[in-house]
Write a protein that binds this ligand. Structure first.
Ligand code: GRF
Length: 200
């Protein structure tokens, strides 16, 4: 697996993936880090690890062809979105069909969709009164958070949780779940049948 990780923020999931690759736990190469903004914290993490970085700029008409060239020149065959705040254009979904995954900080299909990102998710979880939340890895399709679910891990919502305390516990779980989901793809143990994904 020749992986590109797309991120817009601090990049703790990028770091967890890189750590899993460098420790030998995840059989993949980290070919490229794609950042949607020049001030994304993930860029510094990638620089520290000497992973090539590509920063998107301009309108989609400008950045999409440049991105496709980068992915092709670096022989990227799999994409992991990790806190990437741009919609993936349908033409990119088509080129990488079933080879783009995302991690979402809740148990989809609940608490997903437009506007459900960052602390908004954890605030909505707490306001709903649910006692369980968690993280979901799913395949990326043309809409937000609707693609087939690959793996989930749950986290208890505690009576005195704030959005921040809950986010921190969910993020901790994400750092284990995401490399584990990627490992299943890297080892060809993922079977996709319509909306049903099975891990062999
Ligand atoms: C994570 O909570 C992830 O689930 C969501 O965005 C956040 C990214 O965090 N999609 P980080 O940049 O990996 O620290």
């Amino acid at each position: 697996m020749n992986l590109a990780v797309f991120a817009s923020g601090g990049g703790s999931n990028f770091q967890a993936i890189a750590d899993a690759i460098f420790s030998g736990e995840l059989p993949a190469s980290l070919a490229l880090c794609v950042a949607s903004r020049p001030d994304a914290g993930v860029i510094e993490r990638a620089n520290r690890l000497s992973i090539p970085v590509h920063v998107l700029s301009g309108s989609q008409d400008d950045w999409l062809p440049q991105l496709l060239t980068q992915l092709s020149e670096r022989n990227v065959d799999f994409i992991a979105l990790a806190g990437f705040m741009k919609m993936i254009p349908s033409s990119l979904v088509a080129v990488f069909r079933h080879r783009i995954i995302n991690i979402h900080p809740a148990l989809l299909p609940d608490f997903g969709g437009k506007g459900m990102y960052g602390m908004n998710v954890h605030r909505a979880v707490i306001a709903s009164g649910t006692k369980k939340t968690g993280a979901t890895v799913h395949l990326v399709d043309e809409q937000y958070d609707t693609g087939p679910i690959v793996m989930q891990a749950s986290v208890d919502v505690l009576p005195d949780d704030t959005a921040e305390s809950l986010a921190a516990r969910v993020l901790d779980v994400e750092h284990r779940l995401y490399p584990s989901a990627l490992k299943s793809f890297a080892e060809n143990r993922v079977n996709i049948d319509g909306s049903i994904v099975s891990i062999l």
